[in-house]
Design a binder for this molecule. Structure first.
Ligand SMILES: [Zn+2]
Length: 191
């Protein structure tokens, strides 16, 4: 917790890292960008620093987040992409102004438009989502095995058999649950 707000769970893939700002969607949901300020913080740590954020821009961001989540879930389960979600993703992508910049160290950075608007950052996220949904990148969209999570994540493991959106949270919880179940069984059979 920072300033009383839930910590971010940052992944390596921008689009699914963004959908992860709402976690435990099928349990006690945790909103990790509850205020405009927290969206500014999340964008900054994700390499998309913006100058400011209004409540309306936070709404735009959350609308994009849910659209990416719906589309990624459909792709992971091999369902047709929901048209409304596709429209939102395309609108955000079209309305952002950002340029890919190559640093002298050979890294790719994003330079947002002149006034570094939230819309520019959302455009980068939407384009990232499009790249994944279009199957352009090496990996597979999958859903987290945790029944309270079911987050869509991008599996880039060699075997494509990753089961959890995050090893440190969902994966770890599952391991602990299995450990406790084993302990219970052992103590039960000893009696
Ligand atoms: Zn999960």
């Amino acid at each position: 917790m920072r300033d009383g707000f839930p910590e971010f769970r940052l992944g390596k893939v921008l689009a699914t890292s963004f959908t992860g700002t709402l976690s435990e969607r099928h349990g006690d949901a945790v909103e990790r960008i509850p205020t405009p300020r927290r969206l500014v913080d999340w964008l900054a740590v994700s390499g998309l620093a913006v100058d400011s954020c209004t409540p309306a821009q936070l709404d735009l961001a959350r609308e994009l987040r849910e659209a990416v989540h719906l589309a990624a879930t459909a792709a992971a389960t091999q369902d047709a992409l929901p048209a409304a979600a596709v429209r939102v993703i395309n609108d955000r992508s079209a309305q952002g102004r950002a340029a890919a910049i190559l640093t002298p160290e050979g890294e790719r950075r994003w330079r947002l438009g002149l006034d570094s608007r939230v819309e520019d950052a959302l455009g980068v996220i939407a384009a990232d989502a499009i790249g994944i949904l279009a199957g352009e990148r090496d990996g597979r969209l999958a859903l987290c095995a945790s029944p309270t999570c079911r987050a869509a994540f991008f599996d880039t493991s060699q075997s494509r058999t990753r089961r959890w959106c995050d090893m440190n949270t969902c994966g770890n919880r599952q391991k602990k649950a299995r450990f406790h179940a084993n302990q219970l069984r052992k103590s039960g059979s000893a009696q």
